[in-house]
Design a binder for this molecule. Structure first.
Ligand code: CAA
Length: 382
């Protein structure tokens, strides 16, 4: 076991940190206040070759390992959850899934431009009445000659207004439950595709999230990903990648909460000493610091299994569950340490707290991961 980052990983970390410090952190408070996603950041991520980190070079990516992708996500979320979410959805949920399940033709047509960042990918699984319970989805795909006709609506879709390609899951057979779901690559330009952003979110206000409506969308058979009925497995394998990037991002949020808290601990004095000298404050700092280490190790363990091509659903779920809970707790404690100042957006920690809530809900709620881990421990899930 080697706990050192490679030279390449150190240099990627440096590049992303510099980008985030210069091009996101100085502006993010205002972007968050305005609730405005900045598409120019996607262009910059593409220029920095961060939109296809572990996609092989032959498919337009840079062919780095999974732990390098984790480092990218960690550093991005130090800036803001919105841009890490963009990479999670574009790379984790969409591109990695095309890499695993796509035909050569699909990879050339859709994956190559996505890995280069010239086209953006999104993921459409969740519906108004089907979140955790994927099999309850109502969207349909009916075969009609050389096409499928898709109807339905998807919600909480990150990058809904900016994606060029959506990975959409719909039922080809209602009677088969989860085995009746099929995956499709749907282009925004296909007639009958519309999107609408959701306003008034608690957090990730600088991100773009919303609904995608599909009305009689004609999707060529060539755009079916995998076989009919394989959609549930494809969605679960996509979540193995997506959850990994969410977990890595949460590490960055813990780090950001800790950095802000350490700074404030040295600036603010009460009862004649720096607040860092008070043991109850130290307790919160110690917890953040320990959870940063624990979460990062769990992410790297899952990433190492991925690098070895081993199934990692259990380890990825554990990393996502532990690190997202820890990030939520760290952000909450960071606000507490900042006292009343933490309650205002003069300091970044209130944004961290608001942002930390979505990752304990999306890509498997805290409860789904708790149950999965319980089932793994009891031997009910392999
Ligand atoms: N890779 C490949 N195959 C997989 C798999 C994986 N990771 N996970 C499961 N499968 C296969 C299984 O092997 C099984 O195959 P067989 O039937 O051939 O044996 C089949 O899929 C069914 O698997 P399970 O029995 O594990 O399925 P389940 O019904 O017990 O799963 C669940 C239940 C774990 C709760 C699952 O439904 C789940 O994870 N729900 C949460 C969904 C979720 O995370 N939604 C998030 C939406 S996306 C999002 O949030 C993104 C965003 O907007 C930013």
């Amino acid at each position: 076991m080697n706990f050192e980052l490679t030279e390449e990983q150190q240099s990627v970390k440096k590049v992303v940190r510099k980008f985030v410090d210069k091009e996101i952190i100085p502006y993010i408070q205002e972007w968050d206040r305005q609730g405005q996603f900045q598409p120019h950041i996607l262009k910059r991520l593409a220029e920095l070759q961060l939109m296809g980190v572990c996609i092989p070079e032959e498919y337009g990516g840079v062919g780095m390992d999974y732990n390098t992708l984790a480092i990218v996500c960690e550093e991005l979320e130090r800036g803001d959850t919105a841009y890490r979410t963009a990479v999670s959805v574009h790379t984790g949920l969409n591109s990695m899934t095309l890499l695993q399940w796509g035909t050569e033709e699909q990879k050339q047509k859709y994956l190559v431009p996505q890995a280069k960042g010239t086209k953006i990918g999104a993921f459409g699984l969740t519906e108004p009445n089907a979140g955790s319970d994927v099999a309850a989805m109502k969207s349909t795909a009916k075969r009609d000659g050389d096409y499928y006709i898709l109807n339905g609506s998807k919600t909480w879709i990150s990058l809904c207004d900016y994606a060029d390609h959506f990975l959409i899951f719909a039922k080809t057979d209602h009677d088969l439950g989860s085995k009746g779901i099929t995956a499709f690559i749907v282009e925004r330009t296909f007639e009958g595709v519309e999107s609408k952003a959701i306003k008034g979110k608690l957090g990730i206000r600088a991100g773009n999230t919303g609904e995608v409506f599909l009305t009689d969308v004609k999707v060529p058979i060539a755009n079916r990903l995998g076989k009919e009925g394989e959609g549930f497995k494809i969605s679960m394998s996509a979540l193995d990648s997506g959850r990994f990037t969410v977990a890595a991002g949460a590490v960055g949020l813990i780090e950001a909460s800790l950095e802000a808290s350490l700074k404030y601990c040295h600036e603010r004095s009460t009862f004649g000493k720096e607040i860092g000298r008070h043991q109850l404050v130290q307790q919160m700092i110690a917890k953040m610091s320990a959870n940063l280490e624990i979460s990062r190790l769990l992410v790297f363990k899952a990433g190492t299994l991925k690098n070895q091509g081993k199934r990692n659903t259990k380890e990825t779920s554990l990393a996502k569950w532990v690190s997202c809970n820890a990030a939520n707790e760290a952000a909450n404690d960071a606000v507490q340490i900042h006292g009343a100042y933490g309650y205002s957006d003069e300091y970044p920690v209130e944004r961290f707290l608001r942002n930390s809530k979505a990752p304990v809900i999306y890509e498997g709620t805290r409860e789904i991961h708790t149950v999965m881990q319980g089932e793994y421990a009891l031997g009910y899930r392999q």
